[in-house]
Design a protein around this ligand. Structure first.
Ligand code: NI
Length: 403
């Protein structure tokens, strides 16, 4: 049976798995039931694994002919604090927790991949690590930050992964080398003034006025300190101060996110924000502290690892369905892994664009026909890589002929 037929045969189980994870959505670092289900499935298939980083799992598939060449395939496992509004019959049973980013699909695809690989491990020429990673959505304290140091992960020569993408129609995919997703840092800012009567601002020190000035100055950093061709975003996304209409509060708290597509630009942010905060503090007589949290760096697809993936993806999706998505300002903690790596965007959107909802929307759902394509991509990737390794060891192919 060819790869396509194998993935079609496994499709009903794959969809059932995805719906199970969807129904039992769990937040970052709380993926206990998800981990349990992964373990049960691997046990039933007779695939060895270890538990790592609290709720993570790393499984290994190795056949009698597997070399030391090792590839890791990573799936993130966590859901979001979103109340589901899809109305589907497998909606999340956990209140205010929903797989609104499609990580349920990632886990199901990796499990089905594991099953098919394990069934044919006699033919496997490399070693495969299946990396089930918790807490992708926690910006600083994210799963990859810990998983990247696990020795079974570190020894992978290559790391591949995918993200199901709601705005891209199922049947399409995008895999391009270079930067594909932004760095995604966050910040917290505390402004301390002096509370007082709203009628007498001259007797108080107003932290709100300071915060407003700060929001404006952050946009000046983007417009005046960073080149016009360089993507960069600073968004203040929460501004909390005060309780009533006639009291100037003592404090204001701001938080938000800073994003870039180059490490140089990214490194500019904390310095520029500190400098501006210091200036505004002096000008407004407030005390301002900026707490900058380093999130995932820019996601950069390695050229060689991507080239193998493009061969695989061409075979799975067809050249006319392997498109180039523009870079995304969203971040992805896959970027934290230090291995050479490539990340594919797997179209999962409904055929009707009106029924497509973006990632993190309460009505986000996927076209499940995309799942089997994800499995086929991983399987073909391994085949392509095995061929490349064979060719490297024996460029003329004479060794094969002699057998
Ligand atoms: Ni995601």
């Amino acid at each position: 049976m060819g790869l396509k037929e194998q993935t079609i045969a496994v499709e009903p189980e794959l969809i059932e798995l995805r719906r199970y994870f969807h129904r039992h959505a769990e937040r970052s670092w709380e993926e206990k039931q998800t981990q349990q289900k992964i373990k049960e499935y691997l046990d039933a298939e007779g695939i060895p694994y270890i538990e790592v980083c609290r709720t993570g799992v790393v499984a290994t598939i190795k056949g009698p002919h597997s070399s030391k060449h090792t590839i890791g395939i990573r799936a993130d496992m966590d859901a979001l604090p979103v109340t589901e509004e899809t109305g589907c019959d497998y909606a999340s049973e956990n209140p205010c927790v929903m797989h609104a980013c499609g990580h349920d699909a990632h886990v199901a695809v990796l499990l089905a991949t594991a099953k098919l690989l394990n069934e044919q491990k006699e033919n496997l020429k490399v070693t495969v690590r299946l990396i089930f990673q918790p807490a992708e959505e926690s910006i600083e304290d994210s799963g990859a930050y810990y998983m990247k140091t696990v020795s079974e992960v570190l020894e992978c020569d290559r790391l591949i992964g995918l993200h199901i993408w709601g705005s891209l129609e199922a049947g399409y995919a995008s895999l391009v080398e270079g930067p594909i997703m932004a760095s995604a840092d966050t910040f917290d800012i505390e402004i301390v003034g002096r509370g007082g009567h709203g009628a007498h601002p001259e007797l108080a020190i107003d932290p709100i006025a300071a915060g407003v000035a700060l929001c404006g100055e952050f946009q000046r950093i983007i417009a005046r300190e960073i080149g016009g061709l360089e993507p960069a975003v600073i968004s203040v996304t929460s501004f909390n101060a005060g309780t009533t209409s006639n009291v100037i509060p003592e404090k204001a708290h701001l938080s938000g996110t800073a994003r870039a597509f180059s490490e140089d630009t990214r490194r500019q942010f904390p310095e520029a924000m500190e400098r501006v905060a210091k200036g505004i503090a002096a000008a407004t007589r407030t005390d301002i502290s900026v707490d900058y949290h380093w999130g995932p760096p820019v996601t950069i697809n390695d050229p060689e690892v991507t080239a193998t993936g493009r061969k695989a993806a061409n075979a799975v999706f067809g050249a006319d369905h392997l498109i180039t998505l523009p870079p995304q300002m969203g971040g992805e903690d896959f970027a934290k892994y230090t291995n050479r790596k490539a990340f594919l965007m797997l179209g999962g959107g409904n055929k009707d664009p009106k029924l497509r909802f973006n990632q993190h929307n309460p009505r986000f759902n996927i076209d499940e026909s995309a799942l089997k394509l994800g499995v086929e991509y991983f399987l073909r990737y391994i085949e392509e890589w095995e061929e490349e390794i064979d060719h490297e060891l024996d460029p003329s192919g004479t060794f094969d002929k002699n057998i």
